[in-house]
Design a protein around this ligand. Sequence first.
Ligand code: SAH
Length: 302
Amino acid sequence: MEACNAYYYATRDPLGAAGDFVTAPEVSQMFGELVGAALADCWKRAGAPADPIYAELGPGRGTLAADALRVLRSSGFAGEVHFVETSPVLREAQKPVVPNAHWHDSIAELPERPLLLVANEFLDALPIRQFVAGIERRVTVVGGGLAFDRDGEIVELSPARDDAVTAIAAHLAKNGGVALLIDYGHERTAPGDTLQAVSRHRFASILEAPGERDLTSHVDFEAVAASASKAGAKVSPLVTQGDWLQRLGIDARAQALSRANPDRLEEFNAAIQRLCGAKEMGALFKVIALHAADWPQPAGFA
Ligand code: SAH
């Protein structure tokens, strides 16, 4: 999974209608603007310190960063922008959108400064391991194709995800700041096979065309919360993306935007439905915040 995804992201921009999948920031500017508003509010309540940086993990096309930074800049935030991005193709896509960003290969390389950090659909792309009756399930070659070597009730673990969350949380505990982690997943650890492949906006076979399809799994937010608090961060309650965006005022944002662009009212309403609707992204996607003990919990979680 690690090798497949490294190749997959290194060789293409998978986002958008012509690609394999569409993410929330690509649905509407409102998503990134509300992320920016939540970070700006948290930063101000922390006393508007001068040293934090905006950091994003897996920023895709840079759309979320551009929308969030527009709001952060207008709130007076003047900090640097740091991206953790391993894909050379996506780094090239991000450069013109966020021209003065700094790029890193890993979370450990982020500067020792307070963070206003966002990761949208980053954790789901990190590799998992699956176990059946305590034995790791592996991929073998059978008759020229690939197959799983065992079946049964599956338990998933993601050491790579635990490491990423631990690195973020330890950074926050040491240097201050806040992190918003947004992804599809579940609130409680439970057995089940959530590994999936997506190609051209449809679910595809996991073992066909390795490296040519987006391989992801659902994020176990109970495991995320446990890793984060073990590493010294404060952890918010988990909320659905729909509830979070509603509490941050997505309806008011759509009204404000449609006053300036009356012909786009339908587009803004359709975006709210897509981002917040329980049958669309609103319930499957969840949001959790991690923060330093001396930073406030961001808005939208209670
Ligand atoms: N956040 C963006 C893109 C999500 S796709 C959006 O919401 O549109 C996943 C992103 O994570 C891509 O930018 C991909 O290149 C990056 N990525 C995947 N695995 C990574 C890894 N191990 N380290 C750093 N970036 C990674």
